[in-house]
Write a protein of this length. Structure first.
Length: 166
C-alpha cells in the first residue's frame, strides 16, 4: 500500500539519530556540513543548539534528537549538520539539522512506502510522510516542512535575528 501524495520514485538522504534511521527528500537538502562551532543563543528552546555562520548567513541549528524527545546529540567524528530548506506559510527558511551521522542517498518507489502509523489522537505523527524499507530496516521519512510548527520557526527567526546584535 503506497502513501497518498507520494506518486513517483524519490531520492532520500538517510541519516541516523540514536539507533533509528530517518530520511529526507534530497530536494530539501542544501548541503551537509561537518560539525562546526555553534554559537548559543539565549532564551531559545532546548532543541535549538544555536546558530552557525554559513557563508555570511546566520543559520539556526536544531538538535533533531532533542526535537524528537531523545537525549542530546553527542559530538563524534560522524556528527554533522544537514542544511535544509523548510517551507512555512509560503516562506523558505534555512535550518541546520544536527544528526549523529549521514548514511546514504537511497531511491524509494512509492509502493515500497507505507503510511505513517496513527498512534491515537493525542500523538501528532503528521511530520512522518511514511515508512520506507531499506535493507530490511524501517526508515522514517520526514516531512521536514511539518517537523516544526509556525510558532517554533517564528521563535527561531527572532532568535537568529537577535543574535546579530551580539
Amino acid at each position: 500500500m503506497s502513501v497518498a501524495g507520494i506518486t513517483e520514485t524519490v531520492q532520500y538522504l538517510t541519516f541516523k539519530l540514536a539507533d533509528e534511521i530517518f530520511a529526507l527528500d534530497v530536494a530539501k537538502v542544501r548541503e551537509i556540513l561537518e560539525i562546526t562551532n555553534i554559537t548559543k543563543v539565549p532564551q531559545t528552546p532546548d532543541f535549538m543548539r544555536g546558530v552557525i555562520n554559513l557563508r555570511g548567513s546566520v543559520v539556526p541549528v536544531i538538535d533533531m534528537r532533542l526535537k524528537f524527545g531523545m537525549s542530546a546529540t553527542e559530538q563524534t567524528v560522524n556528527t554533522c549538520i544537514i542544511v535544509v530548506e523548510v517551507n512555512m506559510d509560503g516562506d523558505t527558511t534555512i535550518l541546520g539539522a544536527l544528526a549523529d551521522s549521514v548514511q546514504e542517498v537511497v531511491e524509494m518507489e512509492p509502493e515500497s512506502i507505507e503510511a505513517a502509523p496513527h498512534i491515537g489522537a493525542r500523538l501528532n505523527t503528521d511530520f512522518i510522510k511514511g515508512m520506507g524499507k531499506v535493507d530490511s530496516r524501517f526508515v522514517m521519512i520526514l516531512d521536514i516542512d511539518k517537523v516544526f510548527s509556525s510558532n517554533e520557526l517564528a521563535d527561531l527567526g527572532q532568535g537568529s535575528q537577535s543574535s546579530d546584535k551580539f
